[in-house]
Design a protein around this ligand. Structure first.
Ligand code: NAG
Ligand code: NAG
Ligand code: NAG
Ligand code: NAG
Ligand code: NAG
Ligand code: NAG
Ligand code: NAG
Ligand code: NAG
Ligand code: NAG
Ligand code: CU
Length: 603
């Protein structure tokens, strides 16, 4: 995490001194997040104080579901403002939360009600805050997507978000205002709950991202022409040593202990393979879904995805590299990831330090990588949810039209544009989609080209989507409001395979897993291939589904699902219009006009 420049001088001393602190103090620095909450489950991590276990179906129930008044309320205040920081040693004017990058970690317990007041103290930008992966059960107005669920929060205004943490695990929150999170408007989030494996200590969140030295708006404009801009650096936990500047993130541990680490890919463009020399990971959770744990040396993390891992410090005490490498050019490019696996030009790193005696060693690790990995940006395939759920296969009859097929295509001239079927999404910040629901005027919403609305009227019904990639670039597809079921995806090596089209043939159907498919909120659509997902309409709302590559959603790669409109209209939707007047008034006064719709650059 970084602090504003003017503070660096005074804090630098404190940070250096940290390595010389006695062991007990170092341990305390980690913060014991799990124990800090309402349930101490350190004796058995699979339990949650009589209010659920790791085997609880989190979609169906959560602590205090039937006694909402008994749920604890946790209030957080955060402020978005300009700050000049130097995450990799090079100064950049950034837009950050509470003066730090990444912003403060929001920590709550499973079943808590979260109240988060977001103040916009930026001079020239609106904002809206999205709580990535939080299903927002019955609270679509709190999803934080300007143009869909709210008007942007104008400068000097505050918006309150309120929702229940019905899931547990690791996530992040970020601005959904254009590509703004690429300039720093993000933070991480931990919802404490049970875990699939035992561990002694929670090291907390460990976000990995690409980083650009130019303002993200300029990079976004560059991305409209030719290939995506190359990341100029990468950051692990908000910091990196590159070209002799900046500093590696250090993670301090003691020998012979089991730790939990929460890996999050907060990139705008880059997907990464992640590993820790000498210490294989046991993966326990993917996004908000606990899985049958498995061991791996390297894990692929697409944008927006999270993996919770545990590892044991059973190696010779010393310093070890964390490595993040971009597996192929199709997962983006970065000046800090150019070489062969584990080579010295793969420089997106951090340091694991064993406490030896009472100190840690200041020298850089000399450790070597844990084996090799397959050079693809395909998702992990060994994932199986701990709570298995069957998807009714007879519900899926592929009709190859707009009710179950999404063709993803690209037009490069005169500027890059991405289409789902024939539409590229472009929403209106001043009239969010939900406003049309309030006005009982959804017909108009649907008629406006670019809204890309897909209506899902049937309650508690499985809707199936075949997402067909008509190009070679993989896309991390993220759905709001739900964890989707991943029924299948092509296993391609991206460049070598010819395009694989899902036709619904008996052969294709055999490739789908209806028995116990993985559930999560981000899945990679393979290049030249397909991804078949399903979700259950158990949550009325207006839910965005989009590619999490910031350029791609800006250039059109998204749709909106209008789920169970008639029931939605019975919800209290007044917050949809909360900032609209203030936003309009401010917008008329600013010379910084919107370069895109929040989701899409105007072509
Ligand atoms: C990441 O950085 C923050 C702020 O410096 C620190 O509190 C946290 O412990 C770090 N995370 C890990 C996993 O080391
Ligand atoms: C953010 O900063 C404000 C003002 O300094 C402080 O009151 C608040 O607690 C901080 N929020 C978090 C989540 O740390
Ligand atoms: C955000 O503010 C920056 C200056 O800080 C400006 O260049 C940009 O145009 C603004 N963007 C939007 C979308 O308001
Ligand atoms: C959402 O509201 C409906 C109708 O009041 C209720 O039946 C359902 O249990 C609620 N779901 C959640 C997740 O709170
Ligand atoms: C860790 O455990 C191993 C095996 O039990 C033991 O040989 C070693 O001395 C321990 N290391 C430390 C630093 O306690
Ligand atoms: C983040 O996701 C992008 C796109 O899916 C991927 O190319 C990159 O390798 C991921 N980064 C990490 C650190 O996992
Ligand atoms: C990590 O430790 C090294 C010395 O061992 C130090 O130079 C560096 O500043 C530390 N990194 C951070 C982000 O504090
Ligand atoms: C998707 O593309 C295929 C092949 O071009 C076409 O047959 C199909 O109708 C398209 N689907 C939709 C929903 O437009
Ligand atoms: C995907 O293909 C790779 C390379 O051919 C292979 O090693 C891997 O086992 C395949 N995965 C699945 C799930 O079929
Ligand atoms: Cu994309």
């Amino acid at each position: 995490m970084l602090v504003p420049n003017f503070l660096l001088g005074s804090l630098a001393l404190g940070l250096t001194a940290a390595s010389a602190l006695p062991e007990a103090k170092l341990t305390a620095l980690h913060g014991r997040q799990s124990e800090a909450g309402g349930c101490d489950n350190s004796q058995d991590r699979t339990q949650w104080c009589g209010k659920g276990t790791i085997k609880t179906d989190g979609e169906a129930t959560w602590p205090n579901k039937d006694t909402p008044a008994a749920a604890a309320t946790k209030t957080f205040n955060i402020e978005v403002a300009e700050a000049t920081l130097a995450p990799d040693g090079i100064q950049k004017p950034m837009l950050v939360i509470n003066g730090t990058y990444p912003g403060p970690t929001i920590i709550a317990d499973w079943g808590d009600v979260l109240i988060i007041n977001v103040k916009n103290s930026m001079k020239d930008n609106g904002t809206s805050m999205h709580w990535h992966g939080i299903s927002q059960a019955n609270t679509t107005t709190e999803d934080g997507v300007n143009g869909v669920t709210e008007c942007p929060i104008p400068p000097l205004a505050t918006r309150q978000y309120k929702f229940t943490a019905t899931q547990f695990g690791t996530t992040w929150y970020h601005s959904h205002y254009s590509g703004q999170y690429g300039d720093g408007v993000l933070g991480t989030m931990i919802i404490n709950g049970p875990a699939a494996e035992q561990y002694a200590e929670d090291l907390g969140t460990f976000p990995i991202t690409d980083h650009f030295h130019k303002p993200i708006y300029q990079v976004g404009v560059a991305s409209e022409h030719g290939g995506p801009p190359k990341g100029e650096a990468a950051l692990i936990n908000g910091t990196m040593l590159a070209n002799g500047l900046g500093a590696y993130a250090n993670v301090t541990v003691t020998a012979n202990k089991t730790y939990r680490l929460r890996i999050i890919n907060t990139s705008v463009d880059n997907g990464w393979k992640f590993s820790l020399d000498g210490h294989p990971f046991t993966v326990i959770q993917a996004d908000f879904v606990p899985i049958k744990s498995f061991k791996t040396n390297w894990i692929f993390v697409a944008i927006g995805q999270r993996y919770d891992v545990v590892f044991t410090t059973d190696q010779t005490p010393g310093n070890y590299w964390f490595r993040a490498e971009i597996p192929t050019g199709l997962c983006g490019s970065n000046t800090l990831s150019t070489g062969a696996i584990g080579s010295t030009t793969q420089l997106t790193r951090a340091v694991l330090k064993y406490v030896q005696g009472t100190t840690t060693s200041p020298s850089l690790p000399t450790s070597t990588p844990l084996g090799t990995y397959l050079k693809t940006c395909a998702d992990e395939t060994a994932l199986s949810p701990l709570v298995e759920k069957v998807v009714p296969s007879d519900g899926f009859v592929f009709t190859q039209d707009r009710t179950d097929q999404m063709n993803v295509s690209n037009v490069a001239q005169p500027v890059n544009q991405w289409f789902i079927n024939t539409e590229k999404i472009q929403v209106d910040w001043t009239v969010p989609s939900l406003k049309y629901v309030v006005d009982n005027n959804v017909g108009t919403l649907q008629k406006i080209t670019g809204n890309a609305v897909y209506v899902l009227d049937k309650p508690n019904h499985f809707y199936f989507w075949v997402i067909q990639n008509q190009g070679a670039v993989p896309h991390p597809i993220h759905l709001h409001g739900h964890d989707f079921y991943i029924l299948g995806a092509t296993n391609t090596t991206e460049t070598t395979n010819p395009m694989s089209i899902f036709t619904g043939s008996a052969d294709d159907m055999k490739k789908l897993n209806f028995g116990s498919p993985m559930r999560r909120d981000v899945a990679t659509l393979p290049g030249n291939g397909w991804l078949v997902i399903a979700f259950h309409t158990n949550n009325p709302g207006m839910w965005l589904m989009h590619c999490h590559i910031a350029w791609h959603v800006s250039q059109g790669l998204g749709v909106q699902f209008l789920e169970r409109e008639s029931e939605l209209r019975n919800q209290d939707l007044t917050k949809v219009q909360e900032n609209c007047k203030a936003w309009d008034a401010w917008y008329q006064t600013t010379s910084f006009k919107i370069p895109d719709s929040g989701l899409k650059f105007r072509a």
